[in-house]
Design a protein around this ligand. Structure first.
Ligand code: ZN
Length: 277
């Protein structure tokens, strides 16, 4: 039985700048082009943040709308996932783009530390974001930076605050949060299966851990994410030339472990998403 692997490209994020790596797409036009290159190589989900005219993170729904339109025009069937992450806005501004009805949106269900700040996700705000996602038929991707986030997501699916089945992303190697550690990774999978047996999972590693976490996820039957948001280098001495180059490394790993790379259409079926439109 084949188990196609869904590859998500995290194109921009909130932190990387052109000074870090000139390949980081900042303008909407650059983002559309970079997404298209990654789509051609095998990415079926685009994880999107937007920036303002100065390159700073924003939650501006108009910019998200323009980005969605461009991706839909150039990447047929590609799944669009908008970030509701806390670096680009605060409070309910973080969900201001949900009425655009993207296929998916990221959802953090608990708090933890980030490199220089608290990643604050209060229970009230989490419940509100989750209810907006139900109202607008947006599938959440749970961003699990900690074991407690996996258990909390399972609770929320059980009591109906999140529509089941869950799609949970294990995010590893964020400074001051959980490291990229294979035994912890295995325990995450085991815990998710125990608390939410029908859940699907994917994983992302930050910085040099990106390729390592890609390999764990692909070899253990999950889905995975790569891209310049999480990691700007191919190795210590080499900047990644594009998002597509980072996706290509994941594609090569899929080949190594004999996993077909999911097309966007297949990814929609696996995740139970509505057809592109
Ligand atoms: Zn993000």
């Amino acid at each position: 039985m084949t188990n196609p692997c869904i590859l998500c490209v995290a194109i921009t994020g909130s932190v990387p700048t052109k000074a870090n790596n000139p390949a980081v797409p900042i303008t909407i036009q650059e983002q559309i082009e970079s997404t298209h290159e990654a789509y051609e190589v095998g990415a079926s989900i685009a994880h999107c943040h937007v920036r303002d005219d100065e390159g700073k993170p924003t939650s501006d729904p108009d910019r998200f709308a323009r980005l969605m339109e461009g991706i839909k025009a150039h990447c047929p069937d590609m799944i669009i996932q908008l970030s509701t992450g806390g670096r680009s806005g605060s409070g309910r501004d973080r969900g201001g783009m949900l009425p655009l009805r993207p296929d998916m949106a990221s959802l953090a269900v608990g708090s933890n530390n980030f490199p220089t700040r608290v990643y604050e996700n209060s229970p009230d705000l989490v419940d509100w974001l989750a209810s907006e996602m139900i109202a607008y038929d947006v599938m959440p991707e749970i961003e699990a930076f900690d074991l407690s986030h996996i258990v909390q997501a399972a609770r929320m699916a059980k009591d109906g605050r999140i529509k089941a089945p869950l799609y949970v992303q294990f995010v590893m190697n964020v400074k001051n949060a959980m490291p990229a550690d294979e035994r912890i990774f295995d325990f995450y999978i085991e815990t998710l299966k125990r608390f939410a047996p029908d859940a699907l999972w994917c994983a992302a590693g930050v910085g040099p851990a990106q390729i390592e976490v890609n390999e764990w996820a692909i070899s253990k039957g999950g889905h995975t994410r790569a891209g310049l948001e999480d990691n700007m280098r191919l190795d210590r001495d080499t900047l990644a030339p594009s998002n597509a180059a980072l996706i290509k490394r994941a594609v090569d790993l899929c080949e190594k472990y004999e996993r077909p790379v999911a097309t966007s259409k297949q990814a929609r079926q696996i995740l139970g998403l509505r057809p592109a439109g």
